[in-house]
Design a protein around this ligand. Structure first.
Ligand SMILES: Nc1ncnc2c1ncn2[C@@H]1O[C@H](COP(=O)(O)OP(=O)(O)OP(=O)(O)O)[C@@H](O)[C@H]1O
Length: 299
């Protein structure tokens, strides 16, 4: 049967090697896919548009070459469909959390080989307010806001440390805000400093922080950190290093497939979704369980 693949390339993440990778991808895919289309992004929204067109035209496979931003845009094009094309990732960013969580090689040549030799893994997709999709993490609070203001030149230079540096500034001012989580199983309200809602086990390029997350289990893993100051961070560090963040006394942990999140009237809280600015609270979040099939390196 005739199979078709669309390759989305963000040349700004792939640097000047983008055309070289295009050739390698074409060579790798040509035995399996009789029709291969390659499209280069020029700016925001292109990867979403290209992926959506591929889903509408019943493509079998979409490859996303870029950083987490390009992958997120590609997923936003695929996720509204019931049976979207399979997804392949060639990680080119500084963090590449989704690729890391799926053991996809960080070396582009190896990730390209995996496109035809990898395992099909169904991953959960987060849906915010019915029309925004994410694969990695949603953050709420000033520390989360600091993350999306991390300078991209700094990200390329010092990688995940750039994120830690940004959060470091927030530690000086342990600002808390009221929050309410309404879940099917539970309702919780309290004051928090930062909230991290994770779908995967890799955060800012570090895998240990959230090692209880099993992608595909249909759950958000919510870590509500009550205080983010130097003393609490020092106390939490062993739990962070051992991947036991949820056991810290300073953390309220929930596992749920659906949650409505609000703050008090008069409070404005921004969200950060997969490293980009998301909508302000209130947020209505749902997991689309095992909604997208990714070619991974997981057995
Ligand atoms: N041709 C282009 N030139 C410049 N920028 C582009 C181009 N095509 C897409 N973009 C922009 O690139 C961004 C995504 O970049 P990328 O995939 O490297 O994500 P990222 O979040 O910066 O990754 P990471 O944090 O992992 O480095 C989007 O904001 C998109 O608008």
């Amino acid at each position: 049967m005739k199979k078709s693949a669309l390759v989305i390339i963000n040349p700004s993440s792939g640097k000047e090697q983008a055309t070289e990778y295009e050739e390698q991808i074409r060579e790798t895919l040509q035995d399996t896919y009789s029709e291969i289309t390659v499209k280069y992004t020029e700016g925001e929204g292109d990867a979403t548009r290209f992926a959506k067109e591929a889903a509408e035209n019943n493509y079998d496979f979409v490859v996303s070459l870029g950083g987490d931003g390009t992958v997120n845009e590609t997923v936003n094009g695929l996720a509204p469909f019931n049976n979207p094309p399979k997804l392949g990732i060639i990680p080119m960013g500084t963090v590449n959390d989704l690729a890391r969580s799926l053991n996809i090689p960080m070396k582009p040549v190896d990730a390209i080989k995996l496109l035809v030799s990898g395992t099909e893994t169904k991953i959960d997709i987060g849906m915010a307010n019915d029309d925004i999709y994410f694969t990695n993490i949603l953050g709420i609070g000033s520390a989360a806001k600091a993350i999306h203001h991390v300078d991209s030149a700094e990200k390329s230079k010092i990688g995940p440390i750039a994120y830690l540096k940004a959060i470091g500034k927030e530690i000086m001012d342990d600002h808390t805000f009221p929050i309410k989580f309404e879940m099917e199983e539970d309702i919780w309200e309290g004051d928090v400093s930062v909230v991290l809602i994770s779908l995967i086990d890799s955060l800012g390029g570090i895998k240990t922080i959230v090692n209880e997350v099993e992608n595909g289990d249909g759950n958000f893993h919510i870590f509500a950190v009550k205080h983010l100051n130097l003393t609490e961070l020092a106390k939490m560090t062993p739990s962070i290093v051992m991947g036991k963040l949820k056991e810290s006394e300073n953390v309220q942990y929930f596992k749920t497939g659906q949650v409505n999140i609000t703050t008090s009237a008069g409070e404005t809280q921004e969200s950060d979704i997969d490293g980009e600015q998301g909508p302000n609270l209130p947020l209505d979040l749902k997991v689309l369980q095992q909604h997208i099939t990714i070619i991974s390196n997981k057995s």
